[in-house]
Design a protein around this ligand. Structure first.
Ligand code: KIV
Ligand code: ZN
Length: 513
């Protein structure tokens, strides 16, 4: 019998800490349902003390998900622990994850606390969290740069206080695989009560080593990996779930552990997270990139056709690649539409929401004959974006382009309830459209990123666009989709502008308190 490796997904918490990846409650619920289908053991649904919205999101996820443990993050302070405890209350199984920094630099410069004070606070936090649940995880933040003797001392103390999982974060992605593996080996060997807790790895990808470090930890006794879909996360991101899960599955000759992940749901999860956050997946990304199973050279293709294992170590269908099939079309009815969405884990709170989405589906089916699951996901995301009460809304867009002439865009928007129009030229039609919108809105924001990707193949595919804006240090991402990429771009730009307008003040869990 192999040991069970707990897969702890933190897409909705650490993933959401990526600049501009902030998600609404509805979006978090959609992702959480897909994570449940994927059979992750634990979903870290957010940081409930960050804002009322974050609290409600964690509570909502705890209410709808039944087959995964729901976890809330809390700093080692009273308010955070109470908020996390309240938010996870509806869960069938709930966990509180509390943490405090333990590296000399963090204790001295960020916390301004002595090591003794940090140990006392950690013990207090774990005991306080146990008032709400028996399932308490403790992380010594920046463990990757902490003193090993101090780590042994604090971890022994928090296990005695009731922590059931000890998570070792390489917060700044500094460790190398052999070093991180040795750290687990030594901690588990030296801490007298280490057998009373599950040890967990939480790695960041600053040196591109997050997956390698996590797997080294598993080889040295870790029995939980913290990870995110597509490796989403702060800076260079977190360990990618799909990479570690498929490494463990593919190399069962090496690993003495196994997961309960339904790997066929990996691609759907990847696409959903990319669609909702607007963070595209690079084509050469392991497991979920468009080229991950594509063979360019004739020699490879020939080899794969003769005998697949010559060049393939995994089967594309095992991670969900072969499920791209036509599911609906122009003649599909409302019931078929509703049923397929339910199969995809999408439910509407009201009949009106369903009706609005169905109208948009019919409009899409008029322009695009074959509708795939990916189109439905994209349509629902776009529908949700358009439904929100917004300051700005696209009324109409007319563009013209001709060889030798400057491209032009004529845009009409609702701006706080009034219609306003502007005409602009630009280096291309998208540039002209953005300039026209900005002349109406006068946001003063800077465009950090603009990207377009096609949802399915073919020139009639929906184009998904992502726009990242920055203003006064605040970064937001906007998304839009349409079969016309200029319209999709305008929608994404307007969505980002609306986010800049909205009051989304939330506390960052790792900022100094
Ligand atoms: O990277 C980190 O240290 C974290 C902690 C909050 C666990 O995300
Ligand atoms: Zn982290």
């Amino acid at each position: 019998m192999k040991d069970h490796l707990v897969i702890f997904d933190t897409t909705l918490r650490d993933g959401e800490q990526s600049p501009g990846a902030s998600m609404t409650k509805e979006e978090k619920i959609r992702i959480a349902k897909q994570l449940e289908k994927l059979q992750v053991d634990v979903i870290e649904a957010g940081f409930p003390a960050a804002s009322q919205g974050d609290f409600e999101s964690v509570q909502a996820v705890a209410s709808v998900v039944k087959d995964s443990t729901i976890c809330g993050l809390a700093r080692a302070v009273e308010n955070d622990i109470v908020k996390a405890g309240e938010a996870i209350k509806p869960a069938a199984s709930g966990r509180i994850h509390t943490f405090i920094a333990t590296s000399p630099i963090h204790m001295e410069k960020k916390l301004k606390m002595s090591p003794d004070e940090v140990v006392d606070r950690a013990i207090w936090a774990v005991k306080r969290a146990r008032d709400f649940t028996d399932d308490v995880e403790f992380s010594p933040e920046d463990a990757g740069r902490s003193d090993i003797d101090f780590l042994c001392r604090i971890i022994e103390a928090v296990i005695d206080a009731g922590a059931t999982t000890i998570n070792i974060p390489d917060t700044v992605g500094y460790n190398l695989p052999h070093q991180f593996g040795n750290l687990f080996n030594e901690l588990i060997e030296r801490i007298p009560n280490s057998d009373k807790a599950i040890f967990s790895a939480h790695c960041h990808n600053d040196l591109g080593l997050a997956a390698a470090n996590s797997l080294a930890a598993v080889r040295n006794g870790a029995r939980q990996i913290e990870c995110t879909i597509n490796g989403l996360g702060e800076r260079a991101g977190n360990t990618a779930l799909e990479e570690v899960v498929m490494a463990v599955k593919t190399r069962q000759d090496i690993f003495t552990v196994d997961t309960r992940i339904n790997t066929q749901e990996i691609l759907a999860a990847s696409r959903l997270v990319s669609n909702i956050t607007g963070f595209p997946v690079q084509p050469n990304k392991a497991i979920v990139g468009a080229n991950a199973f594509a063979h360019e050279s004739g020699i490879h293709q020939d080899g794969v056709l003769k005998h697949r294992e010559t060049y393939e170590i995994m089967r594309a269908e095992d991670v969900g690649w072969s499920t791209n099939k036509m599911v609906m079309g122009k003649h599909s009815g409302r019931n078929a539409f509703k049923t397929r969405l339910e199969e995809l884990g999408i439910e509407f709170e009201t009949e009106q929401e369903l009706n609005e989405a169905f109208v948009r589906f019919k409009e899409l089916a008029d322009r695009k004959h074959e509708i795939y699951d990916e189109d439905l996901q994209s349509l629902v995301t776009d529908n949700n974006i358009q439904r929100v009460e917004n300051c700005y809304r696209l009324v109409s867009l007319k563009v013209s382009t001709e060889t030798g002439e400057s491209p032009q865009a004529d845009v009409t928007l609702w701006v706080d309830g009034n219609e306003a129009s502007a005409l602009s030229t630009g280096s291309g039609v998208v540039d002209a459209t953005f300039k026209a919108i900005e002349s109406l809105v006068e946001s003063g924001s800077s465009l950090l990123l603009y990207s377009v990707s096609n949802v399915t193949n073919g020139t009639d595919s929906l184009g998904e666009t992502s726009v990242r804006l920055e203003k006064g240090g605040r970064i937001v991402n906007g998304q839009g989709s349409d079969t016309d990429i200029v319209t999709a771009s305008a929608k994404a730009y307007i969505n980002a502008l609306n986010k800049l307008e909205s009051d989304m003040n939330k506390a960052h869990p790792q900022a100094p308190v």
